[in-house]
Design a protein around this ligand. Structure first.
Ligand code: UDP
Ligand code: MG
Length: 323
């Protein structure tokens, strides 16, 4: 006879945490409540996988104690801070569920939405159910402005689809999660990775909420750098800059030559010195810019060919090879 539990579906909740000691107790309570509620309502069981991304506060101590109290809780702790993208990868790698959901530890991703996500995927019509912010309310206007420009630009430059307002809060079917794991690149830009994956996605609207405690790890400067990384990781269009500028400069030079010849014919011997200096500075500036763009791609290739691991595990209660 078939065991009753064999018909249960499992949801793995992956939670990257970096210095989240103040937010974690709230998250822990809420996620367990949500898991209990869903388990009671549907034939479901849960696995909650915290990934401590080398926190310097008491995050790891908290995780150890939670794991001791609740058998559904597992944790992996990195040997140092490897970044949220690496934490996501580690979480997905160790998840065993039929569905994998990614959530922030600061309760900006409401656990109440898990049910809606599960129901969307359950029918097998969709492989991904993702939360999408309906407005950028509460965000500094300058940040919204640059965010919009960024999305417009990257969608023009890249084949992957980048959806403005799409959050990392999403549930993936096992099929989609396995596909994501096949993307083993070192430079992990998750917004691009999700977009590149494809799969039928159900977008669930949600309103942005403040983090429950602690501080965001994103400054404007960090976000700007992150957006440049996204462009170089998912588009090679900037590499064409050199070629385009070369053509433009040739045309400029041609017109200048015509101008000088014309002046000569008219008999106006203007001093070409200033003009010459301007042209030299312009051209060398453009050359440096193009070399810089090239260097960005070279650097990315450099990190990829090293084939370093995406993260190193320092401690875990999971049954995995730590070495
Ligand atoms: N996070 C992480 N590693 C990092 C930075 C952040 O694992 O290096 C986690 C963090 O603990 C949180 C999530 O990623 O659970 C989102 O971070 P945060 O709230 O700072 O970003 P925001 O919501 O402001 O975009
Ligand atoms: Mg947050």
């Amino acid at each position: 006879m078939k065991n009753e539990y064999e018909t249960y579906e499992q949801i793995s909740v992956v939670v990257p945490c970096y210095n989240e000691e103040s937010a974690l107790p709230y998250f822990y309570t809420e996620i367990r409540e949500a898991a209990d509620r869903l388990s009671a309502a549907y034939k479901l069981c849960f696995e909650i996988l915290f990934v401590d991304d080398g926190s310097k506060d008491h995050t790891l101590e908290l995780l150890r104690s939670y794991a001791g109290k609740d058998g559904r809780i597992h944790y992996i702790s990195f040997s140092r801070n490897f970044g949220k993208e690496a934490a996501i990868y580690a979480g997905f790698q160790h998840s065993k569920g039929d569905y994998v959901v990614l959530m922030d530890a600061d309760l900006q991703h409401p656990p109440a939405m898990l049910e809606e996500m599960y129901l969307a995927l359950k029918g097998k019509e969709y492989d991904i159910a993702a939360a999408k912010r309906i407005s950028r309310e509460g965000e500094p206007p300058i940040r919204s402005f640059f965010a919009r420009r960024f999305y417009r630009l990257i969608n023009k430059l890249s084949e992957a689809e980048f959806v403005d307002g799409a959050s990392d809060f999403r549930m993936l079917s096992r099929r989609a999660a396995d596909a994501l794991l096949k993307m083993g690149e070192y430079n992990r830009f998750s917004k691009g990775i999700f977009g590149w994956l494809g799969f039928r996605t159900k977008w669930l609207p949600y309103k942005n909420v403040e983090r429950v405690a602690g501080e965001t790890k994103w400054s404007f400067g960090k976000l700007f750098k992150y957006s440049l990384e996204g462009i170089t990781a998912f588009s090679t269009a900037p590499l064409a800059i050199a070629a385009v500028m070369g053509v433009v400069l040739c045309l400029v030079a041609l017109f200048l030559a015509l101008y000088v010849i014309m002046m000569f014919v008219i008999g106006d011997r203007a001093n070409g010195w200033t003009l010459l200096i301007c042209v030299i500075i312009l051209v060398s500036g453009i050359q440096l810019l193009c070399t810089g763009v090239l260097a960005q791609y070279l650097a990315k290739t450099y990190w990829e060919v090293k084939k370093r691991p995406i993260y190193i595990v320092g401690e875990t209660n999971e049954d995995i090879d730590v070495g």
